[in-house]
Design a protein around this ligand. Structure first.
Ligand SMILES: NC(=O)c1ccc[n+]([C@@H]2O[C@H](COP(=O)([O-])OP(=O)(O)OC[C@H]3O[C@@H](n4cnc5c(N)ncnc54)[C@H](O)[C@@H]3O)[C@@H](O)[C@H]2O)c1
Length: 378
């Protein structure tokens, strides 16, 4: 039985608390949490365990653990992005399992620090867990796309195209928390807040791109200082190219994810997956056909999709069974991509994405920090 504390009881944290308290994650017990907004607390107080201990902050909760006020083995970190690193490191220093909500942080260095703290703690407890709430990885449709791409059945990726403009948000969303849509507390806009799921899926299904050129538009649709409209152009090592477009200001938006492979086109739209299959490999056709305007014969096939049922519960259950939907190391990848898109947009240049820590990662952080410092002095 995992004994869990939830740090950060806002929208998401209180949602997870209710799931656990209602017994939807067998074997997980909610032992402690941090303070909850009064109106939300009134709504859920009868569901939460009567003996659950409440603390004013994650830091105080972990101090409470040191003082043996609570007996926990796992923390769920569901706070604003800048605080993830310090809280996770503190939890690992105490030998606690960590399940953190996306993204890992604001800079890739934070995610690397968290990983280092995890590895250090793991030397004392090889069974220690560190995972991320990238719940969209449980969607059957994305699992299927990954399986098809990684099977190699249709050859290599040639092109990726993902338009995610169904993250629409009215101004009220941005006004709902003082940390939202601020560089200083949220750490970014559409890319860092809404899109970590998509960026994670993109690299999980298609592999890590080798470089990116980004174009971010800040406050285009909302009165916010961070971006609400993004276009990124990717290149992969094998020459494949890709475009990723996201916005919180477009309606009606769309979510259309296409992967063009050597011998098929995968199209995922609003959770439905179709495949356009070629009757024979395109390269064979190209080289061996005499007709100047001939095209391969293609036929559509629907891939029966299951509904994504209770993805958060699946993720929590799997975590409780020691199976991680997204391991800690995975969160570094999406953050590196996001950081690179920002840097590329600010410096109007292509940014490479090598597997090891790069000078551009530090450059991103330096620019970010100096921008924040200038702003706070204004
Ligand atoms: N996985 C998903 O589908 C999903 C969806 C939305 C948000 N998120 C992520 O969840 C996290 C929280 O987002 P949210 O929408 O719930 O935000 P929110 O503003 O509703 O909640 C954040 C909560 O954290 C609390 N908090 C801040 N610092 C704290 C600290 N040091 N100790 C304890 N509590 C602290 C705040 O008081 C607030 O209650 C973010 O990382 C966000 O990106 C994930």
């Amino acid at each position: 039985m995992a004994r869990v504390a939830i740090i950060g009881m806002g929208n998401m944290g209180s949602k997870y608390a209710v799931m656990i308290a209602q017994g939807k994650v067998p074997g997980m017990q909610l032992v402690a949490a941090t303070r909850i907004r009064t109106e939300r607390y009134e709504e859920i107080k009868d569901i939460l365990p009567a003996d659950m201990k409440l603390y004013q902050s994650g830091e105080l909760l972990l101090d409470g653990y040191d003082a043996k006020e609570i007996d926990i083995d796992t923390v769920l970190i569901v706070t604003p992005h800048y605080s993830h690193e310090a809280l996770a490191v503190k939890a690992f220093e105490r030998g606690l399992n960590v399940l953190c909500d996306k993204p890992a942080g604001v800079y890739s260095r934070q995610a690397r620090n968290m990983m280092d703290a995890y590895f250090k703690a793991k030397t004392k407890n090889p069974r220690l867990l560190y995972g991320y709430i990238f719940h969209q990885r449980t969607f059957p449709v994305y699992r299927k796309m990954r399986e098809i791409v990684q099977s190699g059945k249709y050859g290599n990726i040639k092109r990726v195209n993902w338009i995610v403009t169904d993250w629409y948000r009215p101004n009220a969303y941005y006004e709902s928390g003082s940390w939202r849509a601020t560089w200083a507390m949220d750490g970014g806009g559409t890319l860092l807040n809404q899109c970590p799921h998509n960026i994670d899926l993109l690299q999980w299904i298609c592999g890590m791109p080798a470089s990116v050129q980004g174009f971010c538009h800040e406050g285009k649709y909302h009165p916010i200082e961070v971006e609400d409209d993004v276009t990124a152009y990717f290149e992969w090592e094998n020459g494949a190219t890709g475009v990723f477009i996201a916005s919180t200001g477009e309606a009606a938006g769309i979510n259309r994810f296409e992967i063009s492979l050597d011998n098929a086109l995968l199209v995922c739209e609003k959770g439905n997956l179709r495949i356009l299959e070629l009757d024979k490999p395109e390269s064979e056709y190209r080289k061996g056909h005499g007709d100047l305007f001939a095209k391969p014969v293609c036929s559509w096939r629907e891939i029966a999709g299951e509904e994504a049922v209770e993805p958060y519960i699946i993720l929590l259950k799997e975590f409780n069974e020691g199976k991680l939907v997204a391991e800690g190391a995975e969160a570094i990848k999406s953050l590196c991509i996001t950081n690179a898109i920002y840097l590329s947009s600010w410096e109007n240049r292509r940014v490479e994405l090598p597997p090891q820590p790069s000078a551009d990662e530090l450059e991103f952080e330096k620019r970010f920090e100096s921008w924040l410092a200038r702003k706070s002095n204004q």
